[in-house]
Design a protein around this ligand. Structure first.
Ligand code: HDD
Length: 703
């Protein structure tokens, strides 16, 4: 490695270096304005290859401050990962409000139609560590930090509209049970083990969430294909002080799409960063992910009319009962410059709220208000974590809070308390409280005042744990129901404690006897008696909006999807180009796959470079596959297990398969049977817009 200008190395002060430069880290790392490598003290480094030694073969000297600083800093590079949601991917973007919501809220972000507010959104899995895979069966976190003109508002939600527990005091128990087991340190990023199901089976309130968690929602295809939910009921408060209950919903523009379990497992091996990569690459190529934000807004009278409590986070208000009003859109259009500085250090906190929005008494939300601030201190090491650029509000921050570890600001003057009379003429100086536009809590103003003694108690209105679980299961498409039942069989088959499996079955009987029967048969276990239910289970009307398949967000589209096009020596150039053009016109991305990454020699003698090598890009990486093979190309691939598996998996994962007539022997060897999804190249782009659920019973035994 060449040395950088060792001649000019020295300890003298650099010309033009001002005290203000301490936070200006140049893009490519620590070097000074002239491009020289420096220490953190700004001293130019003459040699970044060798320690300071006494003689060429002699001992290293303790005085080598360049070495010591470098190793010292490296030794401390890691910070504690998040206790939950450690694995995450994030992006910058903006929120654009459609119309003024002044009638509902005074929140500045919702006042002026078309106005954009910058934001930073982080998606995550819950259970796994920071280095775990992207595709376990797990809930996805969906956290948005809006940098509004009135301060930061964090909407910290998930891709499931309900939660496992009703009271925050149970959160540590829930998380301990799902994380790797205390004595053995496994399994990583998996709920399929004894302790999780033991806890769940003892907590009937988790049943509704378990239905969602075992559905295809928790094995999403990409992060661009998930919904997001604020979960809790919040309040919006208008300028007159009138409050309205609201629930927040994010709807993905690309629609909902999930994987099959077998596919998710194989993706984990083929590309553990599958969803992180997908998000990053989509943004890099300008294919910006977008969600619409909607609200369900209602008053107390409506809340009182519901057969469940809107403060109970294990309940939804079905969209059929209360439609969602779209209020704006979020576009993610910029990747972080630095993963650690932004994605790792971003600190969300549901307590970050702005005037015009407020909490409710939801006991889960109330507990969260404490937990997040507390955890950031542990993670980021200082009460000044709000000064880290990704966390800093983009509006003035003025108060008398001072000092602390890693204080980056240099407040001027004597005044650091309030009230004071340190102004020039003896008047008060410094920022003042603002009764007119400052944040005021709505609770106790519009909502009936709560009364009662100090109690550790659960409201009776929270007692129905099964009716909405039943509603969810019965609302699903039959294929989704089969996946859910099979997911339960899979998970419980990994549970060694038989009494736990029996208890889960007893709870499932309250949800739906047919579901319980299917799971019991899948486990080859007899059905126990139903567990007691605190209140009678009700039959609510189904809510088709919760479905993925044939639901409102099941879009027949190739937009945003990827298509694997398999070529080999001898493939037809014209047919290939026609197909690539059609894929592009449909808004999808073609991934050219060949046995060798350098490419294939096509029939016309031209060489076509590949995007991926066949062995490194199994068909689980794409949404549909096309085989553009010649007779001899196909013959060669008949002797390649990766090619056979490529086609077999595409078929097994219910994907469309387009093919040239010459590819037929490969289809046959992979066990592909003709159906609507197996088509010639002309019909492929249309066929590739969906999966073929009718094929599933032919390829898989489901519960
Ligand atoms: Fe939480 C992180 C979502 C209940 C305590 N939570 C965290 C993140 C998301 C959620 C998306 C990751 C934020 C990021 O990307 O940095 N959590 C939820 C939702 C909940 C919920 C939707 C229920 C509706 N959480 C919840 C409870 C508690 C916590 C009841 C504690 C009483 N959550 C935390 C935490 C985390 C966290 C320990 C870990 C890292 C962090 O906060 O910043 O404080």
């Amino acid at each position: 490695m060449p040395k950088v200008d060792s001649k000019t190395t020295g300890f003298e002060t650099r010309p033009g270096k001002g005290g203000e430069t301490h936070q200006q880290v140049p893009k490519s790392g620590p070097h000074d304005a002239e491009g020289h490598l420096t220490t953190n003290q700004g001293i130019r480094v003459s040699d970044n290859q060798n320690q300071l030694k006494a003689g060429a073969r002699g001992p290293v000297l303790l005085e080598d401050f360049v070495l010591r600083e470098k190793i010292f800093h490296f030794d401390h590079e890691r910070i504690p990962e998040r206790i939950v949601h450690a694995r995450g991917s994030a992006a910058h973007g903006f929120f654009e409000v459609y119309e003024s919501l002044a009638e509902l809220t005074s929140a500045d972000i919702f006042q002026r139609p078309g106005e954009r507010t910058p934001l930073f959104t982080r998606f995550s899995t819950v259970a796994g560590g920071a280095g775990s895979v992207d595709t376990p069966r797990d809930v996805r976190g969906f956290a948005v930090k809006f940098y509004t003109k009135d301060g930061n508002w964090d909407l910290v939600g998930n891709n499931i509209p309900v939660f496992f527990i009703q009271d925050a005091i149970k959160f540590p128990d829930l998380i301990h049970s799902v994380k790797m087991e205390a004595d053995r340190g496994y399994p990583q990023a998996a709920s399929a083990h004894d302790t999780f199901w033991d806890f769940i089976s003892l907590m009937p309130e988790s049943t509704h969430m378990i239905m969602w968690a075992m559905s295809d929602r928790t094995i999403p295809r990409t992060l661009r294909n998930i919904e997001g939910f604020g979960i809790h009921t919040f309040q919006m408060v208008n300028a007159k002080g009138k409050s309205t209950f609201v629930k927040f919903h994010w709807k993905p523009k690309l629609g909902l799409a999930s994987t099959l379990w077998d596919e998710a497992v194989k993706i984990a091996g083929a590309d553990p960063d599958f969803q992180r990569r997908d998000l990053f690459e989509a943004i890099e190529r300008g294919d910006f992910p977008e969600w619409e934000l909607g609200i369900q807004a209602f008053d107390e009278k409506f809340a009182d009319s519901l057969p469940y409590d809107v403060l109970d986070p294990t309940k939804i208000i079905p969209e059929e009962v209360l439609p969602i009003r779209p209020i704006g859109r979020m576009v993610l259009d910029r990747n972080p410059d630095n993963f650690f500085a932004e994605t790792e250090q971003v600190a969300y906190c549901p307590a970050n709220i702005v005037p015009g929005i407020d909490f409710t008494n939801d006991p889960l939300l109330q507990g969260r208000l404490f937990s997040y601030l507390d955890t950031q201190l542990k993670r980021l090491g200082s009460t000044n974590f709000h000064q880290i650029p990704i966390n800093a509000p983009k509006c003035p921050v003025m108060n008398f809070q001072r000092d602390g570890h890693m204080q980056m600001l240099t407040p001027k003057g004597r005044a650091n308390y309030e009230p004071n009379s340190l102004g020039e003429a003896g008047e008060e100086t410094g920022p003042r409280e603002c009764p007119v536009t400052g944040f005021e809590t709505a609770i106790g103003r519009d909502v009936a005042e709560e009364q009662g003694g100090k109690l550790r108690i659960r409201a009776e209105s929270f007692a129905d744990h099964y009716s909405q679980a039943r509603m969810f299961f019965r609302s699903l498409h039959p294929a989704e129901q089969a996946h859910l039942a099979s997911a339960l069989v899979f998970e419980l088959s990994k549970v060694g404690l038989e009494h736990v499996r029996i208890r889960v079955l007893a709870n499932l009987l309250n949800v739906d006897p047919d579901l319980a029967k299917r799971v019991a048969e899948g486990l080859a276990m007899p059905l126990p008696k139903a567990s007691p239910s605190a209140v009678p289970v009700q039959d609510f009307d189904p809510s088709p909006a919760v479905r993925i398949i044939n639901g409102p967000l099941d879009l027949d589209t190739l937009a945003g999807r990827s298509v694997g096009v398999l070529i080999a020596d001898g493939s037809d150039a014209k047919a290939l180009d026609k197909l690539l053009k059609a894929i592009d016109s449909a808004g999808a991305r073609a991934v050219l796959i060949a046995p060798k990454v350098g490419g294939a020699t096509l029939a016309d003698g031209s060489i076509r470079k590949a995007d991926a090598q066949l062995a490194g890009c199994p068909s689980v990486m794409v949404d549909a596959v096309a085989l553009v093979l010649s007779k001899e190309g196909c013959k060669t691939l008949l002797g390649e297990a990766a090619a056979i598996q490529f086609v077999m998996d595409a078929f097994g994962h219910l994907k469309a398969i387009g093919h040239t007539p010459e590819s037929a022997p490969l289809l046959e060897k992979a066990g592909v049977e003709p159906d609507e999804g197996v088509v010639d190249l002309a019909g492929f782009v249309e066929a590739a817009k969906t999966r073929y659920w009718d094929r599933e019973p032919k390829v898989r035994m489901l519960a």
